[in-house]
Design a protein around this ligand. Sequence first.
Ligand SMILES: Cc1cc2nc3c(=O)[nH]c(=O)nc-3n(C[C@H](O)[C@H](O)[C@H](O)COP(=O)(O)O)c2cc1C
Length: 177
Amino acid sequence: MPSHGRAPGDDRPAFDQRQFRDALAQFATGVTIVCTRAPNKRYVGFTANSFNSVSLDPPLILWTIACRSGSLGAFEAAERYAVNVLSSEQTDLARRFSHPHADRFAGVAHRLGWSDAPLIDGCVAWLECRHHARHTAGDHVVFVGEVVTVERARGHALIFHQGRFTSTASPPDLKSG
Ligand SMILES: Cc1cc2nc3c(=O)[nH]c(=O)nc-3n(C[C@H](O)[C@H](O)[C@H](O)COP(=O)(O)O)c2cc1C
C-alpha cells in the first residue's frame, strides 16, 4: 500500500516496519562477507549486503552492522578488515555467515593478505581496508573503510533481491576504464 499520502508537517512514520523492509527489499544488492581477525586471534565474519562505495579519492567504502551483532566488538577493535564480494556459487556461504555456526570458517578455503583477514576463494572481488570512520546510526553502526588492496575475478555476482538470492544474468566482462 502506498504510504506517501500525508499531511504537510506530519512527522509520524506513515508506514510500519514491514512496509519499510518490503520497500528496501526492492533495492537489489550484491552480497559480501566482511571478515577480520579478533583480538583473541579468531577469525570473525558475517554476511552483509549493506556494503557500498563512498569515495573514489580517497578510496572509501562503507558497510553497516547491527548493534546487537556478536561480531561487532571484533570489528570495533579492528584496524584492518576484508570485504569478500560473493559469486553466485556462494549462496551456501552467504547463509552460513548469516546464521549461528560453531565455526563459520571451517572448511572454507581462503588465503590471508595485507589485512590478515580471510580472503575467501571463489569470490568475484576482494577489498582490504583500514579503519577510517565509525558512526552509530539507530540500531546499526556504519563502518567506513579506506581501501588498501583490490582484486577481482570473472564470474556471476550473487544478488540479494526481495529477500531471495539470485545472480547476475550473464557473467560481465572484466571491463576497465
Ligand atoms: C543477504 C544478507 C545480508 C545481510 N546484511 C547484513 C548487514 O549488512 N548488516 C548486518 O548487521 N547484518 C546483515 N545480515 C544479517 C547478518 O549476516 C547476521 O545477523 C549475522 O548472524 C551477524 O553476525 P553475528 O552472528 O556474528 O552477529 C545479512 C543477512 C543476509 C542473509
